[in-house]
Write a protein that binds this ligand. Structure first.
Ligand code: OGA
Ligand code: MN
Length: 233
């Protein structure tokens, strides 16, 4: 997956506004039932109501997409391999800071079932998925800078599970920084970025210090994401 990470388009934009000054509007609500953090009724906030309507189903967050048992199954499969690697902090030009990563094609029974479920809900019927699943382990001090995934290597849809920690993903329109969305990604949720949201907006994962959603602090711990992508058609 290194080629994918290296191939992402690096855009070193600073976050534009802080949460306190943002106009609040609802982009799309979660389909899941009980939210992890009841104080957050909505998981997506965006700069304008027009943007939320325009993006429609192109951005989705589903809470409690996996159970605690399924999260443990992923950790059991991944932890040993990840532990052998060191977190990388010192490449100034990397899109990702404080991370280690791996990819995996074959999974045990429980994880295979989760991934099958994920593929069914996230990807258009008939699309060909990138073979190996990408696993990204962000240290508590790690973060992902704004970027757009390589259009050469990935297609219309990016879908990711968040393990071990809540986090905030920020989307900013590439040619109009006034258009943005913050997604609260609770631990064990699934997010899906499609089409416009994937091609026209940068995405990033905020560092712990900046991790504020709707004026509320969302502490970032070590976070592992399990990311599926389809191939360009
Ligand atoms: C990436 C990326 C998001 C995540 O690896 O390109 O944007 O959820 N990851 O870790
Ligand atoms: Mn990305």
């Amino acid at each position: 997956m290194r080629v994918l990470i290296r191939a992402v388009k690096h855009i070193y934009k600073q976050p534009l506004c802080n949460a306190a000054s943002r106009e609040r509007s609802i982009a799309s609500s979660s389909e899941g039932s009980g939210l992890l953090q009841p104080r957050h009724e909505k998981l997506i906030f965006c700069s304008t109501a027009e943007l939320s309507q325009g993006l429609g189903g192109n951005v989705e967050v589903r809470t409690e997409f996996i159970s605690e048992e399924e999260e443990s199954a992923f950790m059991k499969e991944l932890e040993q391999g990840l532990r052998k690697k060191r977190y990388e902090f010192d490449h100034w030009d990397d899109a990702i800071h404080g991370y280690r990563e791996t990819e995996r094609e074959r999974w045990g029974v429980m994880c295979t079932a989760v991934l099958e479920r994920l593929r069914t809900v996230a990807f258009p019927k008939g699309s060909t998925l990138l073979g190996p699943v990408h696993v990204l382990d962000l240290d508590k001090a790690g973060y992902i800078k704004p970027h757009i995934d390589s259009v050469k290597f990935c297609g219309t849809t990016i879908a990711g599970l968040s393990l071990l920690s809540d986090s905030i993903m920020r989307l900013v329109k590439e040619d109009d920084a006034a258009q943005w969305l913050d997604l609260l990604l609770p631990r064990r949720s699934l997010y899906i970025l499609r089409d416009q949201a994937r091609y026209k907006f940068t995405h990033e994962i905020l560092r712990d210090e900046d991790s504020v959603f709707d004026g509320q602090r969302v502490p970032r711990q070590r976070r592992i994401s399990v990311i599926c992508r389809n191939l360009p058609s």
